[in-house]
Design a protein around this ligand. Structure first.
Ligand code: SAM
Length: 285
């Protein structure tokens, strides 16, 4: 639902946009992105079992040809500059850090490329002390929406829009299925201290969200790389590449008119590009 809402905010995308889904997990949103777009999607995650689950879903949906699965670490993305029209990351940019992620991902984007992320944020001021204490342990670097918008602008993106993930999405897709299983898990792992710790963690997470979801939640931030400098850089680099090529061709053409051209096979081959005339004064007679 929110994936679709965010995707529809992206305007003037190419017909087949190239999309990178960072920290895709089992990929519910990846499959949705494949349905929403006619694009090529790279689904990227660290955790292989999630990628295997995604592979199964892709087979079921018959989207094999449009989703490529890549296993790797988002702290070291080895894609070329300008590789993607959209970078998508639901609930995962926190791993690298909101600001660092935005700054590092810029180079991967085309000049008018988009980044769409969801990030845990304070939704309003005045959170009760219990909520603040909980967040201090869980996610001490959490910012307000305004704070994140400032980071977005300082990282040279234009904020297209932002919206709060409705709490129904938390309950429907996440908390309710976990909460239903907790009692039986408690019985099953009653002697396993580590497992009981994880269960207690989940119970607290659910309890806090039930009490304080007016104060914090996931926010979708839709942003576009659009500053004039990056566009100028892109155009300049293309023009420079063109002149570089022209320069090389001219050098080869000139060299092919020199006496060396007869003995040097590379220059003789290149001479096809600019064949010297037979009455050239440079040619041996
Ligand atoms: C909270 S989950 C979000 C999954 C998915 N985007 C979703 O919304 O359902 C975070 C994901 O980030 C992945 N992850 C954690 N550390 C990572 C890393 N260093 N590089 C790539 N992915 C990572 C986890 O495996 C997990 O799938």
């Amino acid at each position: 639902m929110s994936t679709g809402k965010a995707y529809k905010l992206l305007k003037d995308l190419p017909k087949n946009p190239r999309i990178l889904d960072v920290g895709c997990g089992p990929g519910m949103q990846t499959v949705e992105l494949a349905k929403l777009s006619d694009g090529q999607i790279v689904a990227f995650d660290f955790h292989k079992p999630f990628l295997e689950q995604l592979e199964e879903s892709i087979k079921k949906e018959g989207a094999n040809h449009r989703i490529k699965i890549v296993n790797g670490d988002m702290r070291n993305l080895k894609f070329e500059d300008d590789s993607f029209d959209v970078i998508w990351s639901e609930g995962a940019i926190f791993i690298i850090g909101f600001e660092k992620g935005l700054r590092e991902w810029r180079r991967l984007l085309t000049p008018k490329g988009y980044v769409v992320v969801s990030e845990l944020s304070w939704l309003k001021d005045g959170a009760p002390q219990e909520a603040k204490d909980y967040m201090k342990q869980m996610y001490p670097v959490i910012k307000t929406i305004e704070g994140n918008i400032e980071i977005i602008q300082n990282s040279r993106y234009r904020l297209v829009d932002s919206f709060v993930l409705p709490s129904i999405s938390w309950w429907g897709n996440y908390f309710t299925p976990i909460e239903t299983k907790l009692p039986s898990l408690k019985t099953r792992f009653k002697d396993d201290q580590e497992a009981l710790k994880v269960i207690a963690y989940e119970e607290t997470e659910i309890e806090m969200f039930r009490k304080y979801s007016d104060y914090y939640g996931y926010v979708f931030y839709i942003m576009q790389k659009n500053d004039i400098n990056s566009f100028r850089h892109y155009v300049t680099s293309k023009i420079l590449k063109y002149f570089e090529l022209l320069f090389i061709i001219s050098i080869i053409a000139l060299a092919s008119r020199s006496p060396l051209s007869v003995t040097n096979p590379v220059i003789r081959f290149a001479g096809v590009i600019s064949k010297p005339s037979f009455n050239s004064t440079f040619l041996p007679r």
